[in-house]
Design a protein around this ligand. Structure first.
Ligand code: PMP
Length: 292
């Protein structure tokens, strides 16, 4: 454990120059019964290890060590509910691009973080716009990893639409199909059929997986298929999923009202179940929680 003000890196850290880091975003929730639990910790850590394999800088610790350290950070900081940020990065050493012998540094930070797209967004929906920036082509940046450098693409898209007065950016892939938002996966609902993009040029979101599982268990017809921009304009409902954004309805895309301009029935149903699960109120999904 290092005090906040001492958690520093050298200015010649490789990752600071070339984006050679990878991270996770995890949430710990305060449960209805007073305990706390981390949501889908094993799945997040598995993706953390996968990111290391994809970028070619595997984590120098075991799964159990990283898991224990994550829980320790929450406990020692006495956080009931928080956002957890593990980061692995190529450290100080060789300054050239090829730096196989530089150390892989790993840190885990945690802090209190409310609704990423706002409490009002969760309740009433947000306004999204399709960004002029294309999502990474699969052979440009490997989108199944949370590599730090990948996120410049998201920062460009998010900044573009925020400056234009919208809440979040939707990105199309290199072939023009809808990919995902800058930090969330995207779902469309039409005639109560729940559809999301397949694992082509998107991050395999853990909230996405949770919503797919919940929707299937509730008997909804669920499709993982590519879809186009006009399907957004025809949708009855649209929502985003992400650890930070949780389940956020979209009430407007490109200044066009989605459905009735407020969260739809299917979105509200899935969102409510999701919130029950993270508060530990739904026994069926208790294996998704790691109690502190
Ligand atoms: N896509 C991108 C680009 C993201 O950064 C995130 C957030 N990790 C997601 C989707 C959603 O993933 P998850 O539900 O695992 O947080």
């Amino acid at each position: 454990m290092v005090p906040w003000e001492d958690a520093k890196v050298h200015v010649l850290t490789h990752a600071l120059h070339y984006g050679t880091g990878y991270f996770e975003g995890i949430r710990c929730y305060a449960l209805a019964d007073g305990r706390s639990a981390v949501f889908r910790l094993d799945e997040h850590l598995r993706r953390f290890f996968d990111s290391g394999k994809i970028i070619g800088f595997p984590l120098p610790y075991s799964f159990e060590e990283v898991k224990q350290a994550t829980l320790d950070v929450i406990r020692i900081n006495r956080l009931k509910a928080c956002y957890i940020r593990p980061l692995a990065f190529v450290g100080l050493g060789e300054m050239g691009l090829y730096a196989p012998d530089n150390p892989i540094n790993v840190l885990i930070a945690a802090w209190s973080w409310g609704a990423y797209l706002g409490d009002d967004g969760i309740k009433n929906g947000i306004r999204a716009k399709i960004s002029s920036y294309t999502r990474h082509h699969v052979n440009v940046m490997m989108t199944k990893s949370k590599v730090s450098g990948n996120y410049v693409n998201s920062v460009l898209a998010k900044s573009e639409v925020k400056k234009a007065g919208y809440d979040e950016a939707i990105m199309l892939d290199a072939e023009g199909y809808v990919a995902e938002a800058s930090g969330e996966n995207i779902f469309v609902v039409r005639d109560r059929i729940v559809k999301t993009t397949p694992f082509t040029s998107i991050l395999p979101g853990i909230t996405r997986d949770s919503i797919l599982t919940i929707a299937r268990n509730k008997g909804y017809v669920v499709e993982e298929e590519r879809f186009t921009r006009d399907e957004l304009y025809m949708a009855d409902e649209i929502f985003f999923t992400g650890t930070a954004a949780e389940v956020t309805p979209v009430r407007e895309v490109d200044n066009r009202q989605v459905g009735r301009g407020c969260p739809g029935a299917v979105t509200l149903d899935l969102q409510q179940t999701f919130f029950d699960i993270i508060k530990g109120k739904d026994e069926k999904y208790s294996t998704w929680l790691t109690y502190l």
